[in-house]
Write a protein that binds this ligand. Sequence first.
Ligand SMILES: [Zn+2]
Length: 148
Amino acid sequence: MKIHTLQIPPEGRHIEGEDPKEVLLLEDGLVEPCAPLAYSLDIGLSEGGVFATGTLRTAFKMACVSCLEGFEMPVTLENFACQADLEGREVVDLTEALREDILLALPAHPHCDWNGRNDCKGNPLPAAEVPAAENRREVWNALDRLKI
Ligand SMILES: [Zn+2]
């Protein structure tokens, strides 16, 4: 997303729009953007630079770490903020700043049941329960044998 400083009045400006999802492409291929990067930002001029604050919204397709099923997860950043130095230029590109913050918001260990609507098949039973039941039966068996 390129910002032309001549288009920013002294009081700042509100911009809304979308960047194609391709700007969010990752090289590892494990996480794939599946929606455009939508932004709603207040931009303004600061000393020697441009700042932007606002909301970013997109969605990613990723694989669950438990069951390996693919699922989609929306990602919203309510408090995005960035600052870019102009260094004499009239145009600054905020794409990299948007991209970085969005990628940081992704879960490190995505689970397909993140919203409670999906039933993750990879979730193991509470590990303690099965052996405990077995143990109890053994104890009773042992007691039964004692009575005889
Ligand atoms: Zn899962």
